[in-house]
Unconditional design. Structure first.
Lengths: 45, 230
């Protein structure tokens, strides 16, 4: 593999993993927000 | 109203993070020249050094949160430790992967049982154990206390990692940034240092963006539990 091959592999893995983590974090965040909203609505009704 | 302000602050932080990530990629991959000895593989260092510094910062926050939790028993401190541990594991794993990819063309091996590498792998295993403990122990108070003790012990590995290159003969070179005898700009060419600094700022901003999301997520889980109990 060329030097640039190693560089691209490293940058790809790092930014790919970070992106996956941020997306999963946002999904969990949204799910928790929706659950809180659902509990508020259930309490009001 | 405070909710809107918090969202706005998170938006500004997210936008600033994105700007620095793009600038960091440009400086790291285009603007900075290749290293005189290592060639282009040195560009991996613009990710590797910020990753390990962010992992250290994260585990320092685990240490602070864990000590405060054992002292005051406040859920807020446990939430800080738990959130920081999760992100710390991500950045430690990335540090090992980046180091391995850099090591192949530079040292000729993907992995070697060097003191610094081995101690970093131990750090990762300790904090994977921390996350497993949080996930598997059902009694939350017991899980938080046990994890706090493990978090404090795990943090003590960091001074060992840092000093390992001085205490033992290692393949890993001594630090370029955190060294007692020289400041970074005496040690690294300004163009390479600029690329490193921009990437470091990008990682710090990204870290605080992720941590703010993760802390709020922990708070929301507590609110959900409290509302279900009522």
């Amino acid at each position: 593999m060329s030097m640039w091959g190693y560089v691209i592999l490293a940058y790809g893995i790092v930014w790919g993993a970070i992106l996956l983590y941020v997306v999963s974090l946002k999904r969990r965040y949204r799910a928790a927000e929706n659950e809180l909203q659902r509990l508020s609505d259930a309490k009001e009704s | 109203m405070p909710q809107v302000t918090g969202k706005k602050r998170k938006g500004i932080l997210g936008a600033a993070t994105l700007v620095f990530i793009i600038a960091g990629l440009y400086w790291g991959l285009v603007k900075a020249p290749p290293d005189a000895y290592q060639g282009d593989s040195q560009r991996i260092m613009y990710l590797h050094i910020p990753s390990i510094l962010i992992a250290y910062l994260s585990f320092f926050l685990v240490f602070v949160g864990s000590c405060l939790y054992l002292w005051k028993r406040e859920k807020r401190d446990d939430n800080l430790a738990y959130g920081a541990a999760e992100i710390g594991v991500l950045f430690t794993a990335l540090t090992i992967v980046e180091g391995s990819i850099w090591g192949r063309p530079t040292w000729g091996v993907w992995w070697t049982w060097d003191a610094r590498l081995t101690l970093t792998a131990i750090l990762l295993l300790i904090f994977i154990g921390y996350l497993m403990l949080r996930a598997l122990v059902e009694d939350e108070s017991r899980a938080a206390s046990s994890a706090a003790i493990l978090g404090i012990i795990g943090f003590l590995d960091i001074p060992l990692i840092h000093m390992s290159v001085y205490w033992w003969r290692t393949l890993h070179q001594p630090p370029s940034i955190l060294r007692p005898d020289k400041v970074p700009w005496e040690n690294i060419h300004p163009e390479l240092l600029t690329a490193l600094a921009i990437n470091f700022v990008a990682f710090v901003l990204l870290y605080f963006y992720m941590l703010s999301l993760r802390l709020r997520l922990g708070e929301m889980h507590e609110e959900i539990k409290a509302r279900r109990m009522r």
